[in-house]
Design a protein around this ligand. Structure first.
Ligand SMILES: *Cc1c(COP(=O)(O)O)cnc(C)c1O
Length: 376
Protein backbone atom coordinates (compact mmCIF):
# COMPACT_ATOMS: atom_id res chain seq x y z
CA UNK A 1 0.00 0.00 0.00
CA UNK A 2 1.48 3.35 -1.07
CA UNK A 3 1.59 6.02 1.59
CA UNK A 4 -0.19 9.27 0.79
CA UNK A 5 1.75 12.18 2.33
CA UNK A 6 -0.03 15.31 3.51
CA UNK A 7 2.16 17.54 1.31
CA UNK A 8 5.01 17.07 -1.16
CA UNK A 9 6.88 19.98 -2.73
CA UNK A 10 6.72 20.08 -6.54
CA UNK A 11 10.43 20.26 -7.36
CA UNK A 12 12.18 18.82 -10.40
CA UNK A 13 15.10 18.89 -12.81
CA UNK A 14 14.75 22.60 -13.55
CA UNK A 15 15.17 23.54 -9.87
CA UNK A 16 18.17 21.18 -9.65
CA UNK A 17 19.76 22.81 -12.73
CA UNK A 18 19.05 26.33 -11.44
CA UNK A 19 20.59 25.58 -8.03
CA UNK A 20 23.61 23.98 -9.73
CA UNK A 21 24.04 27.03 -11.97
CA UNK A 22 24.04 29.32 -8.92
CA UNK A 23 26.72 27.19 -7.28
CA UNK A 24 28.81 27.06 -10.49
CA UNK A 25 28.64 30.85 -10.78
CA UNK A 26 30.67 31.19 -7.58
CA UNK A 27 28.12 33.62 -6.08
CA UNK A 28 26.04 31.63 -3.58
CA UNK A 29 25.00 34.21 -0.95
CA UNK A 30 22.53 37.04 -1.62
CA UNK A 31 23.33 38.50 -5.02
CA UNK A 32 21.99 38.91 -8.56
CA UNK A 33 19.58 35.97 -8.40
CA UNK A 34 17.94 37.35 -5.24
CA UNK A 35 17.54 40.72 -7.00
CA UNK A 36 15.97 39.02 -10.01
CA UNK A 37 13.65 36.91 -7.84
CA UNK A 38 12.51 40.09 -6.05
CA UNK A 39 11.77 41.84 -9.35
CA UNK A 40 9.86 38.88 -10.81
CA UNK A 41 7.93 38.32 -7.60
CA UNK A 42 6.84 41.96 -7.36
CA UNK A 43 5.83 41.90 -11.01
CA UNK A 44 3.88 38.67 -10.57
CA UNK A 45 1.99 39.78 -7.47
CA UNK A 46 1.45 43.33 -8.72
CA UNK A 47 3.35 45.12 -5.92
CA UNK A 48 5.68 48.08 -6.39
CA UNK A 49 8.57 46.21 -4.74
CA UNK A 50 9.52 42.91 -3.12
CA UNK A 51 12.26 42.25 -0.55
CA UNK A 52 13.58 38.70 -0.09
CA UNK A 53 14.21 37.49 3.46
CA UNK A 54 15.23 34.25 5.15
CA UNK A 55 11.66 33.28 6.15
CA UNK A 56 8.18 34.69 6.63
CA UNK A 57 8.91 34.83 10.37
CA UNK A 58 11.92 37.12 9.86
CA UNK A 59 9.87 39.08 7.32
CA UNK A 60 7.16 39.81 9.91
CA UNK A 61 9.84 40.67 12.49
CA UNK A 62 11.55 43.04 10.05
CA UNK A 63 8.28 44.74 9.09
CA UNK A 64 7.29 45.39 12.71
CA UNK A 65 10.79 46.67 13.52
CA UNK A 66 10.97 48.93 10.45
CA UNK A 67 7.52 50.38 11.21
CA UNK A 68 8.68 51.25 14.73
CA UNK A 69 6.49 48.81 16.66
CA UNK A 70 8.03 47.99 20.05
CA UNK A 71 7.71 48.03 23.83
CA UNK A 72 4.32 49.22 25.09
CA UNK A 73 2.59 48.42 21.81
CA UNK A 74 -0.17 45.87 21.39
CA UNK A 75 -0.40 43.93 18.13
CA UNK A 76 -3.62 42.14 17.24
CA UNK A 77 -3.10 38.63 15.81
CA UNK A 78 -5.29 35.55 15.50
CA UNK A 79 -4.46 32.86 18.05
CA UNK A 80 -5.60 30.40 15.36
CA UNK A 81 -2.41 30.51 13.30
CA UNK A 82 1.04 29.02 13.11
CA UNK A 83 2.89 30.25 16.19
CA UNK A 84 5.17 32.53 14.12
CA UNK A 85 2.30 35.02 13.70
CA UNK A 86 2.05 35.44 17.49
CA UNK A 87 5.79 35.39 18.13
CA UNK A 88 6.59 38.20 15.67
CA UNK A 89 5.34 41.00 17.98
CA UNK A 90 7.31 39.49 20.89
CA UNK A 91 10.59 39.79 18.96
CA UNK A 92 10.24 43.59 18.97
CA UNK A 93 9.07 43.75 22.60
CA UNK A 94 5.40 44.29 21.75
CA UNK A 95 2.50 42.28 23.14
CA UNK A 96 0.37 40.01 20.90
CA UNK A 97 -3.35 40.38 21.61
CA UNK A 98 -5.45 37.50 20.32
CA UNK A 99 -8.59 38.06 18.26
CA UNK A 100 -11.10 35.33 17.47
CA UNK A 101 -11.82 34.07 13.94
CA UNK A 102 -14.87 33.10 11.91
CA UNK A 103 -15.72 29.47 11.18
CA UNK A 104 -16.28 29.85 7.43
CA UNK A 105 -12.81 31.21 6.55
CA UNK A 106 -10.75 30.49 9.74
CA UNK A 107 -9.86 34.20 9.63
CA UNK A 108 -10.24 37.29 11.80
CA UNK A 109 -12.90 39.81 10.78
CA UNK A 110 -13.16 43.57 11.32
CA UNK A 111 -15.63 42.82 14.15
CA UNK A 112 -13.38 40.28 15.90
CA UNK A 113 -10.45 42.72 15.67
CA UNK A 114 -12.51 45.67 16.89
CA UNK A 115 -13.53 43.65 19.96
CA UNK A 116 -9.92 43.55 21.23
CA UNK A 117 -8.66 47.03 20.23
CA UNK A 118 -7.37 49.23 23.07
CA UNK A 119 -5.67 52.65 23.14
CA UNK A 120 -2.35 50.70 23.09
CA UNK A 121 -3.10 48.87 19.81
CA UNK A 122 -0.45 49.89 17.28
CA UNK A 123 -0.68 47.17 14.66
CA UNK A 124 -2.76 44.32 13.30
CA UNK A 125 -1.23 41.25 11.65
CA UNK A 126 -3.94 40.02 9.29
CA UNK A 127 -3.34 36.35 8.47
CA UNK A 128 -4.69 34.75 5.28
CA UNK A 129 -5.01 31.38 6.99
CA UNK A 130 -4.04 28.33 4.91
CA UNK A 131 -4.38 30.55 1.84
CA UNK A 132 -7.98 31.61 2.54
CA UNK A 133 -8.05 35.39 1.92
CA UNK A 134 -9.47 37.48 4.73
CA UNK A 135 -11.86 40.33 4.05
CA UNK A 136 -9.32 43.16 4.03
CA UNK A 137 -11.37 46.23 3.11
CA UNK A 138 -13.40 46.48 6.35
CA UNK A 139 -10.23 45.70 8.35
CA UNK A 140 -8.29 48.37 6.48
CA UNK A 141 -11.07 50.88 7.14
CA UNK A 142 -11.02 50.06 10.86
CA UNK A 143 -7.21 50.35 11.06
CA UNK A 144 -7.03 53.57 9.03
CA UNK A 145 -9.68 55.23 11.21
CA UNK A 146 -7.61 54.48 14.32
CA UNK A 147 -4.19 55.08 12.78
CA UNK A 148 -3.25 51.44 13.39
CA UNK A 149 -0.63 49.77 11.15
CA UNK A 150 -2.02 46.88 9.09
CA UNK A 151 0.35 44.21 7.78
CA UNK A 152 -0.56 40.92 6.15
CA UNK A 153 0.80 37.51 7.11
CA UNK A 154 0.49 36.00 3.65
CA UNK A 155 2.77 33.04 4.53
CA UNK A 156 0.36 30.58 2.92
CA UNK A 157 -1.38 32.86 0.42
CA UNK A 158 0.77 33.11 -2.71
CA UNK A 159 -1.70 32.87 -5.61
CA UNK A 160 -4.81 33.58 -3.52
CA UNK A 161 -6.92 36.54 -4.64
CA UNK A 162 -8.90 39.32 -2.99
CA UNK A 163 -11.47 41.19 -5.09
CA UNK A 164 -9.73 40.20 -8.32
CA UNK A 165 -6.14 41.03 -7.35
CA UNK A 166 -3.45 38.76 -5.96
CA UNK A 167 -2.82 38.83 -2.20
CA UNK A 168 0.28 40.95 -1.61
CA UNK A 169 -0.50 43.57 -4.28
CA UNK A 170 -1.08 46.16 -1.57
CA UNK A 171 -1.67 48.74 -0.38
CA UNK A 172 -0.50 47.10 2.87
CA UNK A 173 2.86 45.40 3.35
CA UNK A 174 2.69 41.59 3.28
CA UNK A 175 5.07 38.74 4.16
CA UNK A 176 5.16 35.38 2.33
CA UNK A 177 6.77 32.04 3.23
CA UNK A 178 8.65 29.64 0.96
CA UNK A 179 8.84 26.79 3.47
CA UNK A 180 8.18 23.39 1.79
CA UNK A 181 4.83 23.18 3.56
CA UNK A 182 3.65 26.16 1.48
CA UNK A 183 2.73 26.25 -2.23
CA UNK A 184 5.98 27.76 -3.60
CA UNK A 185 9.20 26.63 -1.95
CA UNK A 186 12.87 27.55 -1.82
CA UNK A 187 13.63 25.17 1.09
CA UNK A 188 13.48 28.05 3.56
CA UNK A 189 12.82 31.63 2.56
CA UNK A 190 10.38 34.49 2.54
CA UNK A 191 9.38 37.65 0.69
CA UNK A 192 7.99 41.01 1.75
CA UNK A 193 5.89 42.98 -0.73
CA UNK A 194 5.32 46.71 -0.32
CA UNK A 195 3.95 49.53 -2.43
CA UNK A 196 6.55 51.96 -1.08
CA UNK A 197 9.87 51.64 -3.00
CA UNK A 198 11.73 53.86 -0.50
CA UNK A 199 10.56 51.61 2.34
CA UNK A 200 11.74 48.57 0.31
CA UNK A 201 15.21 50.14 0.10
CA UNK A 202 15.21 50.59 3.87
CA UNK A 203 14.10 46.96 4.39
CA UNK A 204 16.93 45.77 2.11
CA UNK A 205 19.47 47.62 4.27
CA UNK A 206 17.99 46.39 7.56
CA UNK A 207 17.99 42.75 6.43
CA UNK A 208 21.78 42.91 5.90
CA UNK A 209 23.04 44.40 9.15
CA UNK A 210 21.93 47.92 8.06
CA UNK A 211 25.09 48.03 5.90
CA UNK A 212 25.21 51.16 3.77
CA UNK A 213 26.27 49.12 0.72
CA UNK A 214 25.50 45.48 -0.14
CA UNK A 215 28.20 42.87 -0.71
CA UNK A 216 27.13 42.64 -4.35
CA UNK A 217 27.22 46.43 -4.87
CA UNK A 218 30.71 46.50 -3.39
CA UNK A 219 31.79 43.63 -5.65
CA UNK A 220 30.48 45.50 -8.71
CA UNK A 221 31.95 48.87 -7.74
CA UNK A 222 34.87 50.18 -9.79
CA UNK A 223 36.73 51.44 -6.73
CA UNK A 224 37.14 50.13 -3.16
CA UNK A 225 34.08 50.92 -1.00
CA UNK A 226 34.10 51.20 2.78
CA UNK A 227 30.67 50.51 4.23
CA UNK A 228 29.00 52.10 7.28
CA UNK A 229 26.49 50.79 9.85
CA UNK A 230 24.24 53.70 10.83
CA UNK A 231 21.75 51.67 12.92
CA UNK A 232 20.90 48.23 14.32
CA UNK A 233 20.35 45.70 11.56
CA UNK A 234 19.79 41.98 11.11
CA UNK A 235 20.97 39.07 9.01
CA UNK A 236 17.69 38.03 7.36
CA UNK A 237 19.16 37.38 3.92
CA UNK A 238 18.09 34.78 1.35
CA UNK A 239 20.83 32.98 -0.62
CA UNK A 240 21.22 33.04 -4.40
CA UNK A 241 20.83 29.24 -4.40
CA UNK A 242 17.36 29.65 -2.85
CA UNK A 243 16.46 32.49 -5.23
CA UNK A 244 17.49 30.35 -8.23
CA UNK A 245 15.03 27.68 -7.09
CA UNK A 246 12.40 30.34 -6.39
CA UNK A 247 12.61 31.72 -9.94
CA UNK A 248 11.81 28.27 -11.35
CA UNK A 249 9.01 27.76 -8.83
CA UNK A 250 7.50 31.15 -9.65
CA UNK A 251 7.19 30.13 -13.31
CA UNK A 252 5.21 27.06 -12.16
CA UNK A 253 3.06 28.92 -9.66
CA UNK A 254 -0.11 29.39 -11.70
CA UNK A 255 -0.13 25.71 -12.69
CA UNK A 256 0.46 24.69 -9.07
CA UNK A 257 -2.44 26.80 -7.79
CA UNK A 258 -4.72 25.56 -10.58
CA UNK A 259 -3.92 21.92 -9.76
CA UNK A 260 -4.54 22.47 -6.05
CA UNK A 261 -7.93 24.00 -6.82
CA UNK A 262 -8.85 21.07 -9.11
CA UNK A 263 -7.98 18.54 -6.44
CA UNK A 264 -9.83 20.58 -3.80
CA UNK A 265 -12.93 20.59 -6.00
CA UNK A 266 -12.66 16.80 -6.31
CA UNK A 267 -12.49 16.51 -2.51
CA UNK A 268 -15.39 18.91 -1.99
CA UNK A 269 -17.66 17.03 -4.43
CA UNK A 270 -16.87 13.64 -2.93
CA UNK A 271 -16.94 14.64 0.75
CA UNK A 272 -20.42 16.20 0.37
CA UNK A 273 -21.94 12.74 0.79
CA UNK A 274 -20.43 12.26 4.28
CA UNK A 275 -22.56 13.68 7.10
CA UNK A 276 -20.70 15.64 9.76
CA UNK A 277 -17.89 16.80 7.48
CA UNK A 278 -17.77 20.50 6.64
CA UNK A 279 -15.47 21.86 3.92
CA UNK A 280 -14.09 25.36 3.26
CA UNK A 281 -15.13 27.19 0.10
CA UNK A 282 -14.04 30.42 -1.56
CA UNK A 283 -15.53 33.45 0.17
CA UNK A 284 -17.60 35.71 -2.10
CA UNK A 285 -14.82 38.34 -2.21
CA UNK A 286 -11.92 36.10 -3.26
CA UNK A 287 -10.30 32.75 -4.01
CA UNK A 288 -8.06 30.48 -1.95
CA UNK A 289 -4.98 28.66 -3.25
CA UNK A 290 -5.87 25.71 -0.96
CA UNK A 291 -2.40 25.76 0.59
CA UNK A 292 -4.06 23.22 2.90
CA UNK A 293 -7.35 21.38 2.52
CA UNK A 294 -8.96 21.67 5.94
CA UNK A 295 -12.22 20.04 7.05
CA UNK A 296 -14.34 20.44 10.19
CA UNK A 297 -15.39 17.14 11.80
CA UNK A 298 -18.40 17.11 14.11
CA UNK A 299 -21.69 15.28 14.83
CA UNK A 300 -23.16 13.26 13.25
CA UNK A 301 -19.74 11.97 12.10
CA UNK A 302 -19.15 9.21 14.67
CA UNK A 303 -15.40 9.65 15.27
CA UNK A 304 -13.58 12.55 16.88
CA UNK A 305 -10.96 14.41 14.87
CA UNK A 306 -8.14 12.56 16.66
CA UNK A 307 -9.82 9.16 16.16
CA UNK A 308 -10.24 9.87 12.45
CA UNK A 309 -6.58 10.90 12.15
CA UNK A 310 -5.59 7.54 13.66
CA UNK A 311 -7.95 5.60 11.37
CA UNK A 312 -6.48 7.32 8.29
CA UNK A 313 -2.92 6.80 9.54
CA UNK A 314 -3.68 3.06 9.74
CA UNK A 315 -4.72 3.20 6.07
CA UNK A 316 -1.41 4.81 5.06
CA UNK A 317 -2.86 8.30 4.76
CA UNK A 318 -1.04 11.16 6.48
CA UNK A 319 -3.08 14.02 7.94
CA UNK A 320 -2.36 16.92 10.27
CA UNK A 321 -4.48 18.51 12.95
CA UNK A 322 -6.02 21.74 11.72
CA UNK A 323 -4.48 25.12 12.43
CA UNK A 324 -3.10 25.40 15.98
CA UNK A 325 -4.25 27.86 18.64
CA UNK A 326 -1.30 29.82 20.05
CA UNK A 327 -3.09 30.90 23.24
CA UNK A 328 -3.14 27.25 24.39
CA UNK A 329 0.62 26.80 24.12
CA UNK A 330 2.81 26.86 27.23
CA UNK A 331 4.89 29.74 25.85
CA UNK A 332 1.77 31.97 26.15
CA UNK A 333 0.59 30.53 29.51
CA UNK A 334 1.42 33.72 31.41
CA UNK A 335 -0.51 36.01 29.04
CA UNK A 336 -4.10 37.01 29.72
CA UNK A 337 -6.29 36.56 26.66
CA UNK A 338 -9.95 37.05 25.79
CA UNK A 339 -12.25 34.05 25.42
CA UNK A 340 -11.86 32.68 21.91
CA UNK A 341 -14.79 30.28 21.40
CA UNK A 342 -14.49 29.82 17.62
CA UNK A 343 -10.72 29.41 17.83
CA UNK A 344 -11.09 26.76 20.56
CA UNK A 345 -13.76 24.93 18.56
CA UNK A 346 -11.72 24.91 15.35
CA UNK A 347 -8.51 23.86 17.11
CA UNK A 348 -10.33 20.72 18.31
CA UNK A 349 -12.45 19.90 15.27
CA UNK A 350 -10.36 20.62 12.18
CA UNK A 351 -8.05 18.33 10.25
CA UNK A 352 -5.89 18.77 7.14
CA UNK A 353 -6.18 16.17 4.36
CA UNK A 354 -3.41 15.36 1.84
CA UNK A 355 -3.09 17.75 -1.11
CA UNK A 356 -0.03 18.10 -3.36
CA UNK A 357 0.62 18.83 -7.02
CA UNK A 358 1.36 15.27 -8.11
CA UNK A 359 -1.60 13.78 -6.23
CA UNK A 360 -4.11 12.03 -8.52
CA UNK A 361 -7.90 11.94 -8.50
CA UNK A 362 -7.67 8.27 -7.51
CA UNK A 363 -5.57 9.29 -4.47
CA UNK A 364 -8.42 11.66 -3.56
CA UNK A 365 -10.88 8.77 -4.00
CA UNK A 366 -8.78 6.63 -1.67
CA UNK A 367 -8.71 9.31 1.04
CA UNK A 368 -12.46 9.96 0.78
CA UNK A 369 -13.23 6.22 0.83
CA UNK A 370 -11.12 5.85 3.97
CA UNK A 371 -12.99 8.73 5.66
CA UNK A 372 -16.32 7.13 4.66
CA UNK A 373 -15.28 3.65 5.81
CA UNK A 374 -13.98 4.88 9.15
CA UNK A 375 -17.49 6.19 9.88
CA UNK A 376 -19.20 2.78 9.64
C1 LIG B 1 4.28 28.92 7.86
C2 LIG B 1 3.73 30.15 8.46
C3 LIG B 1 4.58 31.15 8.96
C4 LIG B 1 6.07 30.98 9.07
O1 LIG B 1 6.70 30.88 7.83
P1 LIG B 1 8.29 30.59 7.82
O2 LIG B 1 8.70 30.94 6.44
O3 LIG B 1 8.46 29.14 8.12
O4 LIG B 1 8.92 31.45 8.84
C5 LIG B 1 4.01 32.31 9.44
N1 LIG B 1 2.68 32.49 9.43
C6 LIG B 1 1.83 31.54 8.97
C7 LIG B 1 0.36 31.81 8.97
C8 LIG B 1 2.33 30.33 8.49
O5 LIG B 1 1.49 29.38 8.07
Amino acid sequence: MDLIPVMKPYLGDKEIAAAAAAISSGWVAQGPRVAEFEARFAEHVGAAAAVAVSSCTTGLHLLLHAHGIGAGDEVVVPSLSFIASSNAPRYVGARPVFADVERTTLNMTAASIEAVLTPHTSAVIAVHQIGMPLDLDPIRKLCDARDVLLIEDAACAIGSTYKGTLVGSGPNDAAFSFHPRKVLTTGEGGMITTNDPAFATRLRRLRQHAMSVSAHERHEADAPVIEAYPELGFNFRMTDIQAAIGLVQLAKLEAMVERRRELATAYTERLAAIAGLEVLRDPEYGTTNYQSYSVIIDDPYPLSRDELMTALHNEGIATRRGVMASHREPTFADDAHPVLPVTDYLADHTMILPLYHEMTESDVDRVVAAVATAAV
